[in-house]
Design a binder for this molecule. Structure first.
Ligand code: IPE
Ligand code: IPE
Ligand code: MG
Ligand code: MG
Ligand code: MG
Length: 292
């Protein structure tokens, strides 16, 4: 369960995302397909991480909001493509038909492309108002995390390796790329916006890495123990497709232990920030016990 504060921030992000959709001037079927995945639920974890990390440096939440939106747009695109028949072939997402089931594969593919590209437009527009050095650093973070050395690279390993066994270290690498890279970059972008020094940036980046890997380990667990109703996605998909996951290698209990250890490390990194770090610690706790 989210705290009241997390719920409020989630709603603020959703309001900003709906303004992004309203400002589009594109074919209406494309707008509809983009809105379907961008506004149709989701925990808004990545957006929240941008905002809460920036807040650690006393930045008002509206300054980093476009960057939070960019992360959620790239995330939404990654889910649309992840569900396509050529990847996980998943019919159900966020409690309803996945994008290609609703709009067909061609439009789903293009809506994903559009969300990815437009995320960079939204981020770049906002960067006009930031210090040039910060602006360049943020654009680089986002592009690197989303691309071949980040999320897309991880997705390629996942898809190409489907049906083949991975070792634990290969699996960890894949999870760090497909999920950890974007989560860690969201934290780093919040820190960059807040004017973090290199040492703080490194520490917070490590917090993000721990969180990101733990998040995907818990995703693997929920694929076995979760309920379709709570999660809003198909259960048992990983074993059905012969994927190596933390659960297939370590079992449920040991996987939960891995996640808990990572989250303990994440929390320890934030503790020196004192009470302003509390929301980031709460998020780590949420990730360890989430049911959706
Ligand atoms: C799902 O991410 C894909 C993974 C990286 C595991 P989320 O669980 O954050 O998806 P939403 O945005 O809340 O639906
Ligand atoms: C997807 O991982 C990670 C992405 C980059 C989208 P999964 O394939 O495990 O995500 P779910 O379980 O479909 O949400
Ligand atoms: Mg997948
Ligand atoms: Mg999937
Ligand atoms: Mg999964």
């Amino acid at each position: 369960m989210f705290s009241q504060r997390q719920e409020t921030i989630k709603q603020d992000i959703e309001q900003a995302l709906s303004e992004v959709i309203d400002s589009l001037n594109c074919p209406s079927c494309l707008r509809q397909a983009m809105a379907y995945s961008l506004l149709g639920g989701g925990k808004r974890l990545r957006g929240m991480l941008v905002l809460l990390t920036a807040e650690l440096f006393k930045l008002e939440l509206n300054r980093p909001m476009p960057i939070a939106c960019a992360f959620e747009m790239i995330h939404a695109y990654s889910l649309i493509h992840d569900d396509l028949p050529a990847l996980d072939n998943d019919d159900y997402r966020r409690g309803r038909p996945s994008n290609h089931k609703q709009f067909g594969e061609a439009l789903a593919l293009l809506a994903g492309d559009a969300l990815l590209t437009h995320a960079f437009a939204v981020a770049a527009e906002a960067c006009r108002t930031y210090q040039p050095k910060t602006a360049f650093a943020i654009m680089c973070e986002i592009a690197r995390a989303a691309g071949p050395d980040g999320m897309v690279g991880g997705q390629v390993i996942d898809t190409v390796e489907t049906g083949h066994a991975l070792s634990l270290s290969e699996l960890e690498k894949m999870h760090n790329l497909k999920t950890g890279a974007m989560i860690s970059a969201a934290v780093r972008c919040g820190a960059l916006l807040g004017g973090a020094e290199q040492e703080q940036l490194d520490r917070l980046g490590r917090y993000g890495q721990c969180l990101g890997l733990a998040f995907q380990v818990v995703d693997d667990i929920l694929d076995v123990t979760g309920s379709k109703q709570e999660l809003g996605k198909t259960i048992g998909k990983d074993s059905q497709q012969g994927k190596t996951t933390y659960v297939s290698l370590l079992g449920i209990e040991q996987s939960q232990q891995v996640a808990d250890d990572l989250l303990a490390e994440a929390k320890a990194i934030i503790e020196p920030f004192g009470s302003p770090g509390r929301p980031l610690i709460d998020l780590a706790e949420y990730i360890g016990s989430r049911r959706k």
